[in-house]
Design a protein around this ligand. Structure first.
Ligand SMILES: Cc1ncc(COP(=O)(O)O)c(C=O)c1O
Length: 418
């Protein structure tokens, strides 16, 4: 063919106005629940190197033995590639499910591998449980504040959240009773309690051991399932672990576990330990969602557990996070203006700060970004409009020096608002 290209005779298309969505009238009603979280919207800004991000919750992976992991993954594909790259059962690999039971023993859980379903991160476990149990308008009871990813999941299924108060010892049992009574008296159906007992996201507090049996009993008495989300439980700074709620009640507690914080989030391997009665439905829900969890990633985790000192690696992570927590607490003490208070986590990734009356952390965030620091404002962790005077500061990812500088910047912004 020769000659010049045919002229483009299409009419000029004017650019769509920002935010315009041509599919708006075609989405399912439940798609309205899919809204971007503040942390997600901040992602581009906080990725700039000059910004100290105390907003996100990325684990620090620098301690991982990358060369050994690479060799292991290469060996897996070279030696067992035909099965490692094949479909597998929706339930997950039997060997890994057995290993997961050994991991859970460290928190007092006795479980049978048959009751474990491997998921794509614990987020997927939560999604499937919500899908199985929640109709539009059903109520999920959750701590206030609670994990943004869980609130997003509940919204996506059009479930409503009733928050339960927390104090420095975690979820308050009396508040749970009052909330369940109030919601049920209003003729609403509570499907489950969603709780993060250890090193809570975002508050950093841990549920007192003395409260655990009481909470499990209250839920049983009210006919409400417990969903225990425990991604941080092995990250106690003194190596301490706490008895899982699941260890107190096998028949009414669904336990969500994850290798994201103790190994590597990019592998997306987590699990659900369900009461035996739920297992079949859960496996069917898994099959309908993804057919099966990724075989290769399950094998990588399984080999890691059998041939690496994974508990020693967790000690390395713990020590790393402890140093960062210390740096954050010291900087808060040094810089934050009078009237601010904060939690003192003994594990996990987060400190929860309360600022003086009159300061709105969400309204202040643009100024913080101008000052090249980011935090997660408190209101995103509630569904009832609370949290204006709170912010979550993460110490998991930046170095101690950057944390120090970040807190100094946050404090300067707060002072300017007082
Ligand atoms: C409380 C909580 N639950 C669940 C998740 C999701 O973890 P995963 O990577 O296992 O999906 C997170 C992640 O940050 C979390 O903080």
């Amino acid at each position: 063919m020769t000659g010049s290209p045919a002229p483009d005779l299409r009419p000029p298309v004017s650019p769509a106005p920002p935010g315009w969505d041509p599919y708006l009238d075609r989405y399912a009603v439940r798609a309205a629940g899919l809204t971007s979280s503040e942390i997600r919207s901040l992602f581009t800004v906080v990725s700039r190197p000059e910004v100290v991000s105390l907003a996100g919750g990325l684990p620090d992976l620098t301690g991982l033995p990358l060369d050994a992991l690479a060799a292991e993954a290469a060996r897996l594909i070279a030696q067992d590639g035909l099965s490692a790259l094949q479909y597998t059962s929706a339930h997950g690999l039997p060997k890994l499910r057995g290993q997961i039971c050994d991991v859970m023993k460290l928190e007092g859980i006795t479980a049978h591998p048959d009751d474990v379903v491997v998921s794509v991160g614990s987020q997927m476990g939560l999604d499937l449980i919500t899908r199985l149990f929640c109709d539009p308008g059903d109520v999920v009871v959750a701590e206030g504040p609670s994990y943004v990813g869980a609130l997003g999941c509940f919204a996506a299924y059009q479930a409503q959240v009733a928050h339960v108060a927390m104090d420095e010892h975690g979820l308050v049992p009396e508040s749970l009773r009052t909330t369940l009574r109030r919601v049920q008296a209003a003729g609403r159906r509570v499907k489950f309690l969603y709780t993060i007992p250890n090193f809570h996201n975002p508050s950093g507090v841990t549920l007192a051991v003395e409260r655990r049996a009481e909470i499990v009993e209250i839920c049983r008495a009210y006919g409400v399932l417990v969903v225990e989300d425990n991604p941080y439980g092995m990250l106690g700074f003194d190596g301490q672990t706490y008895p899982a709620l699941r260890s107190l009640d096998q028949d009414n507690v669904v336990y969500l576990g994850s290798f994201s914080k103790t190994f590597a989030p990019g592998l997306r391997v987590g699990w659900v330990l369900s009461p035996a009665a739920i297992r079949e439905k859960l496996t069917l829900a898994m099959e309908s969602a993804i057919l099966c969890p990724p075989t290769l990633n399950q094998l990588i985790v399984s080999r890691y557990l059998s041939s690496h000192d994974w508990q020693g690696q967790i000690d390395v992570f713990r020590e790393n996070y402890r140093r960062r927590r210390d740096a954050m607490l010291a900087a808060l003490e040094e810089y934050l203006p009078p009237g601010c208070t904060w939690t003192v986590p003994d594990g996990g990734f987060f400190v929860w700060v309360t600022v003086p009356e009159g300061v709105d952390t969400k309204a202040l965030l643009p100024r913080a970004l101008d000052a090249q620091v980011a935090y997660a404002s408190g209101s995103g962790f509630f569904t009832d409009g609370s949290g204006a005077r709170q912010m979550r500061l993460s110490f998991c990812y930046p170095t101690p020096e950057r944390i120090h500088e970040g807190v100094r910047r946050v404090a300067a912004v707060l002072r300017s608002a007082l």
